[in-house]
Design a protein around this ligand. Structure first.
Ligand code: PPS
Length: 573
């Protein structure tokens, strides 16, 4: 069933039969191994299973140049996106040293994915590749950034597939092109409209896809979201797949199916849309929906979009007849409250007011726990999104104290711990300097490297606590900006808020207090390299709070901190 594959024949590079696969693995044992990156794994999955047909290997030099310059394979067939395998000079040398130039392509677990007979080795022309395929050399463009980050050399050659990259999630929904085609055949689907997405789906998407089917009688729908790599900052695919599974039930019986695509997107707009259509054609689809800003990379540093909003759509239409896939151009869908329904923005009845919620607005509503209206999405979808992106008062966060020995960090940290335990129910871990140095960093001393490493470890533990929804209170000296910044980034990457509090009590006051008698030891020459005396302390430039305990009581300090946390939404009143 379905359309003719691009270039005429569906590629299938997997070796069949247990013995044959075993023989391949045996041969691979003594070959140079190349560890495939995440992007390589996405690309090779679609080369091996035919998703990129008629491409049947990573691009050799001639193919690469033709695709970059003219969007064509040497055979003349349209193909817009360079698909390359980048390696280091050292790896090239190790390939040249072999007699027959066979190498083993493996995933990070060591699983053999394919054997490759290297027949083309060439230097990447990254500038030209970015300029022509992405229309930009600005590293702010995620596709350009990823080209610039590739290694110096590209290699290519015949592939023998041992297995597709291994996945442990949603295997029932990760259908290959042949499996999708078989599914269409079983269902008796002749004409299928594909819908590409890298975002959660809401009512507008459901309306748009149903409308596409209504306007093209006899067509069914394949909801075909990307679960490989999408734009950095996108909602993770686990959350999205939960949304898709939920929304697929809202379609009229028998109209739509969901299948997942392990594609590594490049965010290349006009070229990428043509590539997406080719891929869907290989999966047996006959029609392809292209909306506003398809595969758009967003804006550059100055806030200017890399592409015009309908540039991708126009390019898809330009190649429509050659592609042999019917392009269904759509304007953005907006909600008209007076009619309680969605319209394409260019077909809104005159004088009617429209509403819409952007992705940015939605994220804001989720973060602040704001209300998300029923006209916008489905209750179940809201529930799934809220769970993966809880409001701040349900999220983990890190309180990171920094300051001299004896500045009052530990005292305030302990008091804050008690105050939070008394008023809330979130789990709290207190990572005081002494505790950390006993259980986490007992082998470390007080050199710059060791102090930095100590803080990085604290940041890592705090980030894991935050990931699980808990509060981490840390109270090391943390004299260096470098490792404080590192800790902040780790925490932010695990969905935690990072609240840096500089306990800025001057060194003279700390020394006068000298609770542990350490300053006396320093003055007596028994302790060297002591922070603030004969070792550096880089005061934080922009801490969330700064508290000097010279004339501030512990009670007042706690008050200030709780006020800040409440104001920022980490605590409820
Ligand atoms: S760091 O720099 O953040 O890794 O330090 P930290 O883990 O907080 O450890 C500081 C505690 O170790 C004791 N101590 C020293 N501090 C500073 N400099 C030197 N040379 C030193 N040697 C031992 C000191 O008791 C610190 O504890 P606090 O609680 O800050 O007084």
């Amino acid at each position: 069933g379905g359309s003719i594959p691009h270039g005429g024949k569906l590629v299938d590079l997997l070796v069949r039969g247990d013995q044959q696969v075993e023989a391949l693995k045996q041969r691979a044992i003594n070959l140079p191994s190349l560890l495939l990156t995440r992007r390589h794994l996405c690309d090779i999955e679609l080369i091996l299973n035919g998703g990129f047909s008629p491409l049947d290997q990573f691009m050799d030099e001639e193919t690469y140049n033709g695709v970059v310059e003219n969007m064509r394979l040497p055979s003349g067939v349209l193909f817009p996106m360079p698909i390359t395998l980048d390696v280091t000079k050292e790896f090239v040398d190790s390939v040249i040293a072999t007699t027959d130039r066979d190498i083993a392509l493996r995933d990070e677990e060591g699983n053999l994915i394919a054997l490759m007979n290297v027949s083309s080795i060439f230097k990447a022309d990254k500038d030209k590749e970015a300029r022509l395929s992405m229309g930009s050399i600005d590293p702010f463009h995620p596709g350009v950034a990823s080209i610039l980050a590739t290694k110096e050399y590209y290699i290519a050659g015949r592939l023998q597939g041992a297995q597709l990259p291994v996945h442990y999630d949603y295997n029932g929904l990760r259908r290959t092109p042949i499996e999708v085609r078989n599914m269409f055949k079983e269902k008796g689907w002749k004409n299928v409209i594909a819908f590409q997405t890298r975002n959660p789906m809401h009512r507008a998407h459901r309306e748009l896809t149903v409308r596409a089917a209504e306007l093209n009688p006899g067509c069914n729908l394949l909801i075909h979201p990307v679960v490989g790599m999408t734009k950095p900052g996108d909602i993770d695919y686990h959350t999205r797949v939960k949304c898709y599974k939920s929304i697929i039930g809202s379609y009229p019986e028998g109209l739509a199916e969901l299948s997942l695509l392990p594609l590594a997107m490049r965010m290349g707009g006009p070229r990428e849309v043509v590539w997406h259509a080719i891929i869907r054609k290989n999966y047996g689809c006959t029609h392809f929906i292209v909306g506003r800003d398809h595969a758009g990379p967003g804006e550059d540093k100055t806030g200017k979009p890399f592409y015009e909003p309908y540039q991708a759509q126009e390019n898809a239409l330009k190649y429509e007849s050659e592609l042999g896939v019917k392009i269904l151009p759509f304007q953005m869908m907006v909600y008209v409250a007076n009619h309680d329904r969605y319209y394409p923005v260019d077909q809104v009845p005159q004088g009617e007011e429209t509403s819409n919620i952007s992705g940015t607005k939605l994220r804001h509503l989720l973060r602040t726990g704001g209300e998300i209206p029923d006209w916008f999405t489905y209750k179940e979808v809201v529930g799934i999104l809220r769970e993966s992106c809880p409001p701040r008062h349900k999220q983990g966060f890190t309180i990171f104290f920094t300051g001299f020995s004896g500045s009052g960090k530990s005292t305030i940290a302990n008091a804050l711990n008690e105050a939070l335990l008394a008023s809330g129910s979130r789990a709290i871990t207190l990572l005081d300097g002494d505790v950390v140095r006993t259980f986490l960093s007992s082998e470390l001393g007080f050199s710059k490297d060791h102090r930095n490493l100590n803080i990085k470890r604290i940041g890592f533990v705090a980030s894991e606590i935050n990931r699980a929804g808990g509060i981490a209170i840390c109270a090391p000296i943390a004299p260096y900006e470098e490792s404080r910044k590192f800790a902040r980034e780790l925490v932010n990457n695990s969905q935690g808020g990072f609240v840096e509090i500089h306990i800025s009590t001057p060194i003279e006051v700390c020394e006068k207090r000298d609770r542990k008698g350490l300053y006396a030891k320093v003055r007596a020459g028994q302790l060297k390299g002591f922070t603030g005396i004969d070792d550096p302390y880089e005061a934080p430039q922009n801490p969330e709070l700064r508290i000097d305990t010279t004339n501030t009581s512990v009670k007042d300090a706690i008050h200030q901190i709780l006020d800040y946390l409440t104001k920022e939404g980490y605590l409820t009143q």
